[in-house]
Ligand binder design. Structure first.
Ligand code: ATP
Ligand code: MG
Length: 394
């Protein structure tokens, strides 16, 4: 099942690390890798990309540009990705030149919800009842117990895109046609009590370290708030989720940082929703609350260094900053009140350097730490007020 590369060469600081994808995850990776002394080359077609702006080298080309891949592969002693929909073939091509983590094979599985669910199940981790839908016939034959359900395209979904809630088979047929009859999964709608996630890293030597579980709240299909409370860390559920995530990483023979999203159901059962083959928005709290951040961990895996300490030093919350807060109730542009935000104790601001604020666009996040869950909540409420972000915690 596994082929751990125990003799993987350690890359000394000063070596070049490569990143496919120039978004905010790549940017925060650059900062971490650079502070460990590495040089980073970013491949991204956008001249204005957040990571390209801070990388030591920005190769401005398509993710599947053959010449750019050769250049990246020849320059860098290790390459990773921050972008879920990176062409798996690009990772396979790069592997002819350099060390690539995660592998194109592992990413290829996770990019396809049908194969992803099969692997999660194979790891012994429960998933929602589902059926693979590759044709109208599959949908006609699907178990009626899957309704009401959610039809999700097997590939290229994110932030709730490529999904339709369907009350019955007729609605599912209509949604399937709307998606252009591409392969989908039909999942039974689950009664969710809450959503949690686990970020972990698996090294080239098969060592696995999980970060503490985050509890996640979404707004309009986009992560809004993550909470890593002191209380929740001792929870049996949290321990089970961390073990399940580690089992999934090993079953995928996944090397690198990944995130597993879980649903906790109203009756207390839990199941895995999906895997992201990269650092995750719900793991941003690690930048200020943990000894090692998820981005430093990604650099450590690439360089074959020992994985860092994943312990949380204190409770924390993370608020996402979307482009919406650059607009007032009348739709007029305004600058968010950063001074008011930064006057709140325990607050760290992370902005991604994106020039254009748009509704729903992830512009940055705020991490809030404190000595107790209650103190963190109070500070987060103040931070949210300063930025005009809705926040209604008890
Ligand atoms: P993201 O990029 O935000 O992770 P995504 O497009 O990959 O989103 P999912 O994570 O599968 O999609 O689903 C988005 C959200 O929809 C989930 O976080 C959850 O709130 C809800 N959801 C998804 N599947 C189910 C389900 N089977 N039952 C109930 N709610 C669901
Ligand atoms: Mg998701």
């Amino acid at each position: 099942m596994m082929t751990p590369m125990t003799d993987a060469a350690l890359l000394i600081p000063g070596s070049w690390l490569g990143m496919i994808g120039g978004g905010q995850l790549g940017r925060m990776f650059c900062h971490s890798a650079q502070s460990l002394g590495y040089k980073v080359a970013v491949l991204d077609p956008d001249t204005q990309s957040p990571a390209g702006a801070v990388a030591d080298l920005h190769i401005c080309a398509a993710y599947d540009d053959a010449q750019a891949l050769v250049r990246l592969g020849e320059l860098c002693q290790a390459v990773s990705t921050e972008f879920e929909n990176v062409p798996a073939q690009s990772l396979l091509t790069l592997a002819q030149y350099t060390r690539v983590t995660p592998s194109g094979d592992a990413v290829g599985i996770v990019q396809d919800r049908i194969r992803e669910k099969a692997f999660i199940s194979q790891a012994g981790v429960p998933v929602a009842p589902y059926a693979a839908i590759e044709s109208l016939d599959d949908l006609q034959a699907a178990d009626s117990a899957l309704f009401p359900g959610i039809l999700k395209t097997a590939r290229f979904g994110y932030d709730g895109k490529g999904q339709a809630r369907v009350a019955d088979r007729d609605q599912a047929l209509a949604a399937f046609k709307e998606f252009g009859s591409q392969a989908c999964v039909l999942e039974a709608l689950q009664p969710l009590k809450s959503e949690i996630s686990v970020v972990l890293a698996r090294g080239l030597d098969d060592q696995v370290k999980t970060f503490p579980c985050a509890r996640n709240e979404h707004r309009d299909g986009i992560l809004a708030v993550s909470t890593v409370s002191a209380q929740f860390q001792d929870d049996a559920m949290s321990e089970q989720a961390r073990q399940a995530a580690a089992a999934i990483a090993r079953t995928l023979d996944y090397v690198g940082v990944l995130c597993v999203e879980f649903f906790i159901l109203e009756d207390g059962r839990w199941l895995a929703n999906e895997v992201a083959p990269r650092p995750h928005n719900s793991g941003h709290y690690t930048m200020n609350a943990c000894v090692t951040s998820q981005f430093e961990q990604q650099a450590r895996v690439m360089a074959a260094l020992p994985l860092g300490d994943t312990q949380a030093l204190c409770p924390s919350m993370m608020l996402n900053i979307l482009g919406d807060i650059w607009f007032d109730a009348q739709g007029q542009m305004r600058e968010p009140d950063w001074a008011a935000l930064l006057a709140v104790p325990g607050v760290s601001l992370h902005l991604y350097g994106k020039t254009e604020a748009r509704a729903g666009r992830k512009m940055g996040h705020v991490n809030i730490v404190g000595e107790s869950d209650q103190q963190v909540r109070e500070r987060t409420a103040r931070a949210a007020t300063a930025l005009h972000i809705a926040f209604d915690h008890d």
